[in-house]
Design a protein around this ligand. Sequence first.
Ligand code: USQ
Length: 382
Amino acid sequence: MRVLILGGDGYLGWPTAMAYANKGHEVCVVDNYLRRHLAVATSSEALMPNPNLNDRAEIWKSVAGETIWTVIGDCTDYRTISDVFKSFGPEVVIHYAEQPSAPYSMIDFDSARLTLSNNLETTLNVIWAVMEHAPECHIIKLGTMGEYGTPNIDIEEGWLEVEHKGRKQNFLYPRQAGSLYHTTKVLDTDLLWFYVRTHGLRVTDLMQGPVYGLSTEESDQDDRLLPNFHYDDIFGTVVNRFLVQAVAGIPLTVYGKGGQVRGYLNLKDTLQCVELAMNNPVEKGSLRILNQFTETFSVNELAEKVRRVGNGMGLDVEIKSIENPRKELEEHYYNPQHSGLLDLGLEPHYMTDDVVAEMLEKVLEYKDRIDGRKILPRVRWS
Ligand code: USQ
């Protein structure tokens, strides 16, 4: 298939590009290095050095013999996207091209405006490029479990049947996000659903939980192909942060009471989920929503796991609760459904002790590059 990956330089985008090229698909990636620029601007650089996108594609070619087409361009510019659609003719577009950090979106007005305009404009451009140039193309959009927030009832997979005064209708499950970033994902879903209803688009919206990991079949072949592994307070997700803190001898930063529960998944499973969505396209005029995670943990459970495995390896890992910089429930009910991807054939890689140990081993190789100044939270919600 001809697969277009928007945001192809990102933590998920680059591993996805290699995985699909490896499976024989024709892959084109687009990225304007927004996340790299924001990381430099906020002193949040990744742990491992990551060659630029063109260099990564060249390294991949020398390692695997396969071509990944690259376009350095801005997806908020309609002409850029339009030209790529016209020349590449994608059968599937995977839309990762968003400002991905909740803390970044909460810094100030400028960061909020950038997050809102970048994310929404890109989604609108993807929709219009598909309508104008590739109406059969399947849009696979990365949403987030954070769209639902932490309601006091079970979270369904995208939709909720509401019975009101004796009549019933299916609606998008109520969303109440906890950051401006997560709110842009809610708005993305609304935009997509509008154009699905009015123009018969074919869309899969993946509600993904926090991802962890730094190993994929392809990146394991050469360290220069590793994903961008962030451990700072702005771009690092909680598990990746705890791994680096454990290695650096910094107490694991549990925010508040640590009873915040989320649905987590291994980077390898993101690749599997997106591939399952791609290989099982939806009908035109359908919005399919899949909850994308494999297991739930509280922050305390994660910290305890990393401490136990780390100490078993001879590290000296402590846990320290610090004041929560975010506005979120620190103890809550959480029971999200997630059978859709399992029904499509997902075979989860769970966070076993061996998996945690392997990740710690890899981070240990880069211990000298850890910058302790990037650990403590610098952004507060209020
Ligand atoms: N947390 C800590 N200590 C830390 C970092 C985080 O206790 O040092 C807590 C947070 O307060 C939160 C939980 O861990 O309750 C998860 O935080 P996170 O930073 O790993 O995840 P989040 O900001 O929600 O965002 C990440 C990705 C985002 C994705 C989202 C999925 O950056 O792109 O959409 O995970 S979800 O969380 O399900 O919405």
